[in-house]
Design a protein around this ligand. Structure first.
Ligand SMILES: NC(=O)c1ccc[n+]([C@@H]2O[C@H](COP(=O)([O-])OP(=O)(O)OC[C@H]3O[C@@H](n4cnc5c(N)ncnc54)[C@H](OP(=O)(O)O)[C@@H]3O)[C@@H](O)[C@H]2O)c1
Length: 262
């Protein structure tokens, strides 16, 4: 299947590991040139040969400065994938019914919502020129906030609303905005020693390995297995592809059936 992504130029945030790294590799497999953004690079990202632009997207001016740098290198841009997100969940956040303090909320919103808003704002003129696509990575917790700090779930719910609304605003200019909603995916966010999964295990009094084994079933995943990041990347490719002009304002779940809604 030709997705007509060969020769396109694509910006992927949160690209150094996990879902973002799989998205980089998937676009490269289709012949796209990828600009990869995260705070630090990794040997796995370096091995892809993608152009690395370091940026802290949770900083107020981080997204705008990053996009400027990307467009200075080459003004062409066909797709933006706002994947950077997550963050950690301290014991205090998990124990607090409000999902953390005001400062915690500000940082969850900065990374999981505002970074995508400001990256897209800065990239929009270039995307209008190419009649390009935006794909935002949300989470099942946007629609079922249990099992994650409320600040994270609420930020992802706001990302869904932003994406749907922006799709309406920019459709006439030829830019398509869509969302992919994963559930538990096999990435360092869940498997890493300092990630959310490890913190959740401590909070629940489980060892990390046990948590990873029971998490899919507990999250209602009918597959009983964490998702391969390559699966999320495949959905992103389709939504970014010019062969899918009718995919606008959609939210595709790749969640093992964990969201129990029709
Ligand atoms: N894994 C899951 O189960 C799951 C489920 C639902 C949704 N998601 C969503 O999927 C996306 C990717 O998650 P993942 O599991 O792949 O996470 P991950 O393994 O923790 O990777 C996160 C990526 O984002 C980058 N990043 C973090 N903070 C950043 C910042 N301030 N500025 C720029 N880049 C930053 C990280 O690199 P640096 O640390 O070097 O910056 C890394 O490349 C996130 O939006 C997450 O909310 C994940």
């Amino acid at each position: 299947m030709d997705l007509e992504l060969d020769g396109t130029r694509v910006l992927v945030t949160g690209a150094s590991r996990g879902i973002g790294l799989a998205i980089v590799q998937a676009f490269q497999g289709e012949g796209a040139e990828v600009i990869a953004v995260s705070r630090r690079t990794t040997p796995e990202l370096e091995a892809t040969g993608a152009t690395f632009v370091p940026a802290d997207l949770a900083e107020p001016d981080g997204p705008r400065r990053m996009v400027e740098k990307v467009l200075e290198l080459d003004p062409r841009l066909d797709a933006v994938v706002n994947n950077a997100g997550g963050g950690t969940a301290s014991a205090e956040m998990l124990a607090d019914p409000f999902g953390g303090t005001a400062a915690t909320w500000a940082s969850a919103l900065a990374l999981n919502l505002v970074a995508a808003v400001e990256t897209t704002r800065a990239a929009l003129p270039a995307l209008v020129r190419s009649r390009g696509a935006v794909v935002n990575i949300s989470s099942r917790n946007a629609r079922d906030p249990r099992g994650a700090p409320l600040s994270y779930s609420a930020a992802k719910a706001a990302l869904n609303a932003f994406s749907r609304g922006l799709a309406e605003q920019v459709a006439e200019s030829g830019v398509r905005v869509n969302v992919v909603t994963p559930s538990g995916t096999h990435t360092p966010m869940l498997t890493g020693e300092d990630g959310f999964g490890a913190e959740l295990a401590t909070h629940l009094g489980l060892d990390h390995e046990t948590l990873l084994a029971v998490l899919p079933k507990e999250a209602g995943m009918l597959t009983s297995a964490l998702i391969d990041p390559a699966e999320i990347a495949r959905a992103v490719l389709l939504l970014a592809s010019p062969t899918m002009p009718s995919a606008i304002g959609s939210n595709w779940t790749v969640d093992g059936g964990s969201l129990k809604v029709a």
